[in-house]
Design a protein around this ligand. Structure first.
Ligand SMILES: *Cc1c(COP(=O)(O)O)cnc(C)c1O
Length: 223
């Protein structure tokens, strides 16, 4: 019996519990298993367990795994900071890009080919190095995404800061989402919630969880 299957079952049960607590259906929540630093073989094991939504945060690693596992039906979610010069390459294999956070990246993702789903990432800290657009600059960036061919805006993405309870941080994202929906009524998805805070995220309306170590176990040391 694989530890992976056990951890996956445990997390799924916790997600179902939190959904019940929030008065929501667990079926409206997509769990993306973040497999950064893990070998492609682990992604193959996840696929065999029925997990097809997988998250990665580095282009080279994601591209290599996507190539190796072609044909398994894995949907690759790009969740890390993305350099504009790599944007076109990520488009080629990603089903969704969760980290759209500046105009130059939006422009680099422009395409006349099939549309890719995306989330605008908001920065909930005062540190510009953390990735994500500052809340004050949210609307112009959303408008730019809406005006750019080749991008379908699903909603907002955020990472909870370390120095604030996750629940109140996610509540702020929910408020920001109302601003976004005034410009884009369909863009109501919320990509938030990781191994240690997914319950809080579900209580604040998360539709896409990005869960790594709670399911995969500890990450191997970066190599
Ligand atoms: C690594 C990562 C996750 C998953 O983190 P865990 O704590 O392992 O669940 C989620 N989102 C992003 C953006 C990440 O880089």
């Amino acid at each position: 019996m694989s530890g992976l299957a056990d951890r996956l079952a445990d997390v799924r049960m916790s997600i179902a519990d939190a959904a019940t607590e929030a008065g929501r259906e667990a079926s409206e929540i997509t769990t993306i298993v973040v497999t950064k630093f893990q070998p492609a073989s682990l992604v193959a094991e996840l696929a065999a367990l029925g997990v097809l939504d997988v998250g990665e945060n580095r282009h080279q690693e994601a591209q290599a795994k996507a190539a190796e596992l072609e044909g398994l039906g894995v949907r690759w979610h790009f969740v890390g900071q993305l350099q504009s010069k790599k944007a076109k390459h990520v488009r080629a294999y990603a089903t969704a890009i969760h980290s759209v956070d500046r105009a130059a990246l939006v422009d680099a993702l422009r395409s006349d080919e099939a549309s890719v789903d995306c989330f605008v990432q908001v920065n909930l800290t005062d540190d510009p190095g953390r990735g994500g657009v500052a809340p004050e600059a949210l609307e112009p960036l959303v408008e730019r995404v809406l005006d750019t061919p080749g991008l379908t805006l699903l909603g907002l993405m955020a990472v909870a800061p370390l120095d604030e309870p996750a629940r109140s941080a996610f509540a702020r994202v929910r408020t920001l989402s109302e601003r976004v929906q005034r410009l884009a009524p369909g863009a109501s998805s919320l990509s938030m919630g990781m191994s240690h805070d997914f319950r809080d995220a579900i209580l604040e309306g998360a539709t896409h969880l990005r869960i790594g170590t709670a399911i995969t176990g500890n990450r191997p040391v970066a190599g």
